[in-house]
Design a protein around this ligand. Structure first.
Ligand code: HEC
Length: 156
């Protein structure tokens, strides 16, 4: 058992050595990307349990974006429309969630970024309901850019 452990350890060193010898080192890769930089986004002051909850919701949002993309790709625009409206559209509940996020973090901008995502989801839903595939795709791109605008500004 002990011998096997050492064998595995030695093998992992060998592999690590081989893969680094073949390509650039981590340091070279980081230099190519402009070197290490500080994360200068605004840190949201939230309790850990809220962060876990928010991230879970975020992963669900990304999944919805994948489902909408899939529905458009397969030509099922009415499904894309329903997903955008039901999962990401602006609603009293969504308004409540975004307002709570704004209040808890003390960041008023937070609400605006959230609202932009949900209102674009409504636009996307309308375009898909009207059968306009190109406009739906353009709005899907706008939606994702709205997601990223908040990620550019805030972090946990
Ligand atoms: C109002 C701000 C805001 C909006 C809008 C927003 N996010 Fe986020 N998102 C965050 C924050 C804050 C984090 C946490 C980042 C960190 O960990 O530093 C996050 C993290 C994530 C993560 C990582 C989750 C994890 O498990 O680490 C995903 C995926 C994500 N968001 C997807 C989305 C998608 C998709 C949308 C749009 C449909 C979106 N987000 C819109 C604020 C936002």
């Amino acid at each position: 058992m002990k011998r096997m452990f050492f064998f595995a350890l030695a093998a992992s060193f060998l592999f690590a050595g081989a893969s680094f010898a073949d390509g650039p080192t981590m340091q070279e890769m980081m230099q190519k990307m402009g070197g290490p930089k500080p994360d200068d986004r605004v840190e949201l002051k939230l309790p850990d349990t809220m962060k876990v909850m928010q991230k879970r919701m975020m992963r669900q949002h990304l999944n919805t974006v994948a489902d909408i993309t899939g529905a458009i790709a397969s030509g099922d625009l009415s499904k894309a429309s329903a997903l955008a409206k039901d999962q990401l559209g602006w609603s009293p509940q969504e308004e409540q969630r975004c307002n709570m996020g704004g209040k808890m973090t003390g960041e008023q901008d937070f609400v605006g970024y959230g609202m932009a995502v949900h209102k674009t989801a409504d636009e996307l839903s309308a375009a898909a309901a009207a059968g306009d595939r190109d406009k739906s795709l353009a709005l899907l791109s706008k939606l994702i850019k709205n997601c990223n605008a908040c990620h550019e500004k805030f972090r946990h």
